[in-house]
Design a protein around this ligand. Structure first.
Ligand SMILES: Nc1ncnc2c1ncn2[C@@H]1O[C@H](COP(=O)(O)OP(=O)(O)OP(=O)(O)O)[C@@H](O)[C@H]1O
Length: 347
């Protein structure tokens, strides 16, 4: 009973400032979508509006075609069949795990048998059975987060909203928890909106990512499409590891600004000021693409398991490159880039 979500023309101001401006977002049933953006870009506000905890000033929100918010008709938060998982878990400290899970169900006039069945299913899929009689304070952070997710699942939501659900967990646990959480929502085929400011997390969990800047969605696409063709330099700067180099394009040749470095062939790039996106993994030996050769000075190197991540000074600008070895700091390094990978964004 998973639902599609459509937000159209959402406007919201807070403290006299526009936080969301004419925002549109359309999510298919069963899809997992991340809202990715810097702090203050409006992600949490949008999530709270979808949940019904905050009202927009304008717009339309439908769940599976049913209006849940418009200027004329509003469905209360508790009637929207939306579950929410917060970073601080929001469990009731004085209730056991089982009671945390069933408390909300009791107000829904379900039979005892139905409640027991939902409780057991939620405990089962989150592997919390052995902890059913514990209190939240007797559980680890990861276990508490599983209780919050189990509580959502027990309510059989049509849509689940996650607000930075992993940010209170330590690094080692985050990935395990992320995998487990996503396996679960995929198995239950629940539509998910997932707020994060962590690009790697968004890439890992999402079918599509909505990148937000100052209350607007600047790109909405699959992780792969965003990685291959970021819409602009703002989006590219959000994708981990990319370097963005300022310069000028003339006749599909990119010249780095304030530098006498050689030019780089950038097929299809429009003439004028632009930003060349360099993905670290695209660095090749200098002789691989002689027409796309650059030279710089090694500033630092960090071992990454399969390669070294180098910071290289190209004159006034720096780039990050993956390289099979670590040249000495200060050494000169020549490398090349495949022309078809050289994306130029307008400045
Ligand atoms: N109650 C409020 N009154 C006034 N301004 C608010 C209020 N709540 C949020 N804001 C402002 O609205 C903007 C968007 O906030 P929001 O929490 O939605 O951003 P966010 O992208 O979720 O950020 P973060 O990643 O830090 O949670 C911010 O500039 C914030 O300061």
């Amino acid at each position: 009973m998973t639902a599609s979500l459509h937000c159209a023309g959402i406007c919201k101001s807070l403290g006299g400032r526009a936080v969301l401006t004419d925002l549109d977002l359309k999510i298919d049933a069963g899809e997992v979508v991340s809202l990715l953006g810097a702090s203050g870009s409006g992600k949490t506000t949008l999530l709270r509006i979808i949940a019904g905890l905050v009202e927009p000033e304008k717009g339309l929100i439908t769940l599976d075609g049913r209006v849940v918010w418009s200027e004329k008709s509003i469905i209360a938060a508790e009637k929207r069949r939306i579950g929410m998982v917060f970073q601080d878990y929001a469990l009731w400290p004085h209730m056991t795990v089982a009671n945390n899970l069933t408390f909300g169900l009791r107000s829904q006039r379900l039979s005892d048998q139905d409640i027991a069945q939902r409780l057991n299913h939620a405990l089962d899929v989150t592997r919390l059975g052995p902890y059913r009689d514990r209190y939240p304070s007797e559980l680890s952070g990861g276990q508490q987060q599983r209780v919050a997710i189990a509580r959502c699942l027990a309510a059989r939501p049509a849509l689940m909203l996650f607000d930075e659900p992993l940010s209170n967990l330590d690094a080692a646990l985050r990935e395990d928890m992320r995998i487990e959480m996503m396996e679960l929502v995929r198995r239950e085929a629940i539509t998910v909106v997932y707020v994060t400011h962590d690009q790697a997390e968004a890439m890992a969990v999402s079918d599509r990512i909505a990148i937000m800047r100052a209350g607007e969605i600047v790109q909405f696409d699959t992780p792969r499409a965003i990685y291959e063709t970021p819409a602009d330099s703002f989006v590219a700067s959000f994708i981990g590891g990319f370097s963005i180099v300022r310069g000028q394009v003339r006749d599909e040749l990119f010249a780095i600004a304030d530098s006498d470095a050689e030019t780089v062939r950038t097929p299809g790039a429009r003439s004028g000021a632009g930003m060349l996106v360099i993905r670290p993994e695209d660095a090749r030996p200098a002789e691989a693409y002689p027409g796309n050769r650059l030279q710089g000075r090694v500033l630092s190197s960090a071992f990454q398991g399969r390669c070294w991540r180098l910071a290289v000074d190209l004159g006034p600008q720096r780039v990050r490159l993956d390289w099979p070895e670590a040249p000495p700091i200060g050494a000169s390094l020549a490398f090349s880039l495949p022309p078809e990978r050289c994306v130029v964004l307008t400045a």
